[in-house]
Write a protein that binds this ligand. Structure first.
Ligand SMILES: Nc1ncnc2c1ncn2[C@@H]1O[C@H](COP(=O)(O)OP(=O)(O)OP(=O)(O)O)[C@@H](O)[C@H]1O
Ligand SMILES: [Mg+2]
Length: 319
């Protein structure tokens, strides 16, 4: 499959300074990540809090600058583009955030929230803008009369649909969805996910789908990347990761949801706390919590190993 987004050796280090007197320390939020996102895929990124999922999404959208590495969109290197050259990509790549309560301007009408990007990116007559807004609202299950209401008049699920309409009105090709349903009630979650799946097909989109919920991944994803402390631990097709997972960390994540865990039944529940990203473990980043850790794991970091075509795993068990 052709890649719509390619990233190579991407790094993002944040400088953290406790006080004006202390030496700044680095958080390696993204630490040497390379991957291809196939066009038409729902490419999900999973991992516990702080593993770097949101940072990865924001880097691809060029909302923040990488420390080093390369980002390509449809074969074009966009790593060093300035804001003027990025205008076209700003339209083609959109984001839907987790929190539908804070992401919509409370004193703006829905038509202005959804239409804002249209006014920036296209010089369209106002009747055409009106039609485009109306059409996209209907596309996400809302109605024309909703254009003249304010965000507080809507439920969480409806607000998330408004956020989707705002992203989709620009006819993007690529969408970053950062925990798009995790703030919603379970029943609303299911309907929102079904809508996202349907929109992806009918509008020929590609998603980078960020979540920590593997039941959601099981439902929606075509590909899965498992991240831990800024690195990829395992990556592969959804089927491969769910039925032939190799990394003890992936196993522990899958084990945490009984309906999904189909791996070998050894004790795999994640033990202990995630180490501080300011002071990550030597050797394999996961060895302090790994039930299968060996001597080598605390000494040497494992390379990414190709288990089969398209299935990568970073673990000494396979080297
Ligand atoms: N602007 C920033 N300044 C300093 N550190 C940051 C910044 N943004 C993120 N980080 C740090 O980078 C690491 C990765 O953060 P990120 O938000 O990408 O994780 P995440 O996987 O999205 O977590 P969550 O599941 O909680 O959303 C964390 O250690 C975080 O504290
Ligand atoms: Mg996040």
């Amino acid at each position: 499959m052709e890649a719509i987004v390619t990233i190579e050796n991407l790094r993002k280090y944040f400088d953290i300074k406790k006080s004006i007197f202390s030496k700044p320390r680095k958080v390696k939020a993204i630490n040497d990540i390379s991957l291809n996102i196939p066009r038409g895929s729902i490419f999900s990124v999973v991992g516990e809090s702080g593993s770097g999922k949101s940072t990865l999404g924001r880097l691809i959208l060029k909302l923040i600058e990488p420390t080093s590495g390369k980002i390509c969109f449809e074969g074009e290197d966009i790593t060093d583009l300035g804001s003027k050259d990025l205008i076209k990509y700003r339209r083609e790549m959109q984001i839907v955030q987790q929190d539908p309560y804070n992401s919509l301007h409370p004193r703006k009408l829905i038509k202005d929230i959804v239409g804002e990007g249209l006014k920036i990116h296209y010089k369209l007559p106002s009747d055409e803008i009106y039609v485009r807004i109306k059409e996209i609202l209907e596309r996400v299950g809302l109605r024309e009369e909703h254009m003249f209401r304010y965000p507080h008049e809507f439920s969480g699920g409806q607000r998330q649909r408004i956020a989707m309409a705002r992203a989709l009105v620009l006819r993007p090709k690529f969408l970053v969805l950062d925990e798009p349903t995790s703030a919603l009630d379970v029943s609303v979650q299911a309907r929102t996910l079904a809508l996202l799946k349907e929109l992806k097909e009918s509008l020929e989109l590609t998603y980078l789908f960020i979540t920590h919920n593997l039941a959601v991944v099981d439902y929606i994803a075509t590909h899965v990347t498992v991240m831990y402390l800024g690195k990829i631990m395992e990556l592969g097709s959804k089927d491969e990761i769910f039925s032939n997972q190799k990394h003890p960390y992936t196993m522990s994540l899958l084990e945490a949801i009984p309906s999904v865990g189909r791996g070998k039944r050894i004790r795999k529940i994640p033990r202990g706390e995630i180490p501080s990203p300011l002071d990550p473990p030597k050797g394999c980043l996961f060895h302090t919590r790994c039930v299968q850790a060996m001597d080598i794991c605390s000494k040497e970091e494992p390379d990414e190993i190709e288990i089969s075509k398209g299935h990568l795993c970073r673990c000494h068990l396979y080297s």
